[in-house]
Design a protein around this ligand. Structure first.
Ligand code: ATP
Length: 365
């Protein structure tokens, strides 16, 4: 429909020290973020963490209590929604039921007074870009959920906003359609080079689609990073627990020899190298992905070992997921590929899970 150079490092949106309070309750606190032009940027977090409030402030439906908001380098605090070069797609498609598809898509252009011929051309091209030209005369009610969402998308894009805001746009779709739409929208964003700001509580959706993700909890951004960094290098316990499956094992520094620390963790004493400035007695959390763990017998040289008792084994096709009760009663989970040659104990029997020291991420906050 339109083009803008993608990947340019121009800043599209700056959120500076934003706070949003409803009464005494701070829905958003200390929000500082820069979103680049052409980025696919996602706000991810559990229900109530403040994602929608953040999006509504960018759109202009909600004003920050304090702080500054810049769009394309210009302060927009106090500028009404319709004067911002921003458009929004909601989970409920909000199509006009009495207008046909072509009229829905062209609505914004006719309000602006664009000539009829130009509207017809642009609507046709927009519908062709999502393979929906055949439906131009149909009413929204005659379309599937996925088709309605495509129409809502092209309707939002036809006004050529520099930023498109999407609030859980696939929330009403079944899983298969949701996956298809994720790919389609990602591809559309790449093609158009428009800044997309996406809100979801679904971490898989966020990892699939985004260039960068802001993980939020209780109104505070926990980490901003690309999908790989977020998965492999979570900055704190919240992100580690929220992105993918993760074992979080509470530990305490017991002692130190050279660059090796000894940890008391879940009733066992383990040691591995670590370069964080920690002191004996300090609490910390060991974060380990289930797929990084495997079974060993006896002393597996160089690896970190967790002895315990197998409590369950769940076959999930390519892998089996094992639960191991550790000495203090806490549980860790290992995801092991089927058909390998690891010594796998039966449920109820003692077993030792191990991983490379490099697979452990030490978290102190
Ligand atoms: P969800 O995924 O459930 O939509 P969210 O992360 O988008 O959640 P928000 O809708 O931004 O969360 O809400 C953040 C917090 O602010 C919630 O605790 C909510 O109850 C509160 N809140 C939002 N809007 C208002 C309002 N108009 N008045 C009072 N409280 C509000």
């Amino acid at each position: 429909i339109m083009t803008e150079p993608a990947g340019a490092s121009r800043v599209a949106i700056e959120l500076i020290d934003i706070r949003k309070a409803f009464g005494a309750y701070a829905a958003i606190d200390r929000l500082n973020l820069t979103i680049k032009a052409g980025e696919f940027f996602t706000f991810l977090g559990p229900s109530g963490c403040g994602k929608t409030t953040t999006l509504r402030m960018i759109a202009g439906f909600e004003e920050p209590t304090s702080g500054r908001l810049l769009l394309d380098g210009k302060e927009v605090t106090g500028v009404p929604a319709h004067q911002r070069n921003v458009n929004t797609v909601f989970q409920s498609y909000a199509l006009f039921p009495h207008l046909n598809v072509g009229e829905n898509v062209g609505f914004g252009l006719s309000v602006k007074g664009v000539a009829k011929d130009e509207i017809r051309e642009r609507v046709k091209a927009a519908l062709e870009s999502v393979h929906m030209a055949h439906a131009i005369d149909r009413k929204p009610s005659a379309l599937s959920g996925g088709q309605q969402q495509r129409i809502a998308l092209v309707r939002a894009l036809i006004n050529r906003p520099s930023v498109l805001l999407l609030d859980e746009p696939f929330g009403a779709l079944d899983l298969k359609l949701r996956r298809e739409m994720q790919m389609e929208v990602k591809e559309m964003q790449r093609r158009l080079g428009i800044t997309f700001i996406f809100v979801t509580h679904d971490q898989e959706e966020a990892l699939t689609m985004s260039d960068r993700i802001a993980v939020m909890n209780n109104g505070v951004v926990q980490q901003v990073a690309g999908p790989v960094d977020l998965y492999e290098r979570p900055a704190n316990r919240f992100t580690a627990g929220f992105i993918g499956d993760m074992n979080l094992i509470e530990a305490r520094i017991a002692g130190r020899t050279g660059d090796r620390f000894t940890f008391d963790a879940a009733g066992s004493r383990i040691d591995f190298p670590c370069d964080l400035p920690l002191q004996p007695g300090d609490p910390c959390t060991l974060a380990i992905r289930p797929e990084a763990l495997h079974f060993v017998e006896g002393d597996a040289g160089g690896s970190v070992r967790f002895p315990g008792t197998i409590i369950d084994a769940v076959y999930i096709g390519t892998d089996t997921v094992y639960g191991l009760a550790l000495a203090d009663g806490s549980r860790i989970t290992a995801r092991v590929r089927n058909g390998g040659d690891q010594p796998i104990p039966k449920p109820g029997a003692p077993g030792i899970l191990a991983c490379a020291p490099s697979a452990i991420r030490l978290l102190t906050q």
